[in-house]
Design a protein around this ligand. Structure first.
Ligand code: PRP
Ligand code: URA
Length: 209
């Protein structure tokens, strides 16, 4: 069974409150999502391995640590996942970015795939699938399926807000994929929206609707 990490750092929780607030403007919403993505990237990289190198300080030689040459990939689910990419790239600037385009059919709530473009060496990379919302889990599962079909086997999922239903769906379908969230909310309503959630993440990020 995969693990669920709730990133409960006070800075993340503070910013998430304003992300949820319906009175937050599109500009502020976008900036806050970007900031929370950076803070969550700090948490999600907590286990990346270090190696030792020797450097010479002004005082003497010292054995110090640097991050091992890991190959990372960010996989935002279009559209709303795009809002978190730049924030993560601030900490992981060498990561490559692949895109999986999915939208949720409003009637069936099933994900519909419309675009996939991935780095050519994607199967060699440690991947972080990014989407602000994990509702039924259909979109996240479909994106992870896309990656696994291409022999990717080191995958994490990063979302701002999850419904318990979505967490369960991903854990059942992909028990090898750990999930990082800023909050697990109460439930999904009849329209498949997370309660209390933040509304429609894509619309709030891009000012559509
Ligand atoms: C939203 C969200 C997720 C999906 C979550 O995208 O960004 O991708 O819904 O729901 P699920 O867990 O039930 O699949 P949406 O389909 O609204 O597309 P958009 O990002 O283009 O607005
Ligand atoms: N997609 C969203 O953008 N918000 C939800 O609450 C559920 C799915």
């Amino acid at each position: 069974m995969s693990k669920v990490f709730v990133c409960d750092h006070p800075l993340i929780q503070h910013k998430l409150t304003y992300i949820r607030d319906k009175n937050t403007t599109t500009k502020d919403f976008r900036e806050l999502v970007d900031e929370v993505a950076t803070l969550m990237a700090y948490e999600i990289t907590r286990d990346i391995p270090l190696e030792r190198i020797e450097v010479e300080t002004p005082v003497q030689k010292a054995e110090c640590k640097i991050i091992s040459g890991r190959m990372l990939g960010l996989i935002p689910i279009l559209r709303a996942g795009l809002g978190m990419v730049d924030g993560i790239l601030k900490l992981l600037p060498a990561a490559k970015v692949g895109h999986v385009g999915l939208y949720r059919d409003p009637e069936t709530l099933q994900p519909v795939e419309y675009y996939v473009k991935l780095p050519t060496d994607v199967q060699e990379r440690e991947l972080i699938v990014i989407d602000p919302m994990l509702a039924t889990g259909g979109s996240a599962n479909a994106a992870i399926d896309v990656l696994k079909k291409r022999n990717c086997n080191q995958i994490k999922l990063m979302c701002l807000i999850a419904a318990p239903e979505g967490v369960r769906a991903v854990q059942e379908a992909h028990p090898d994929v750990d999930i990082y969230v800023a909050a697990v909310d109460e439930y999904l309503n009849d329209h498949g929206y997370i309660v209390p959630g933040l509304g429609d993440a894509g619309d709030r990020l891009f000012g559509t609707k």
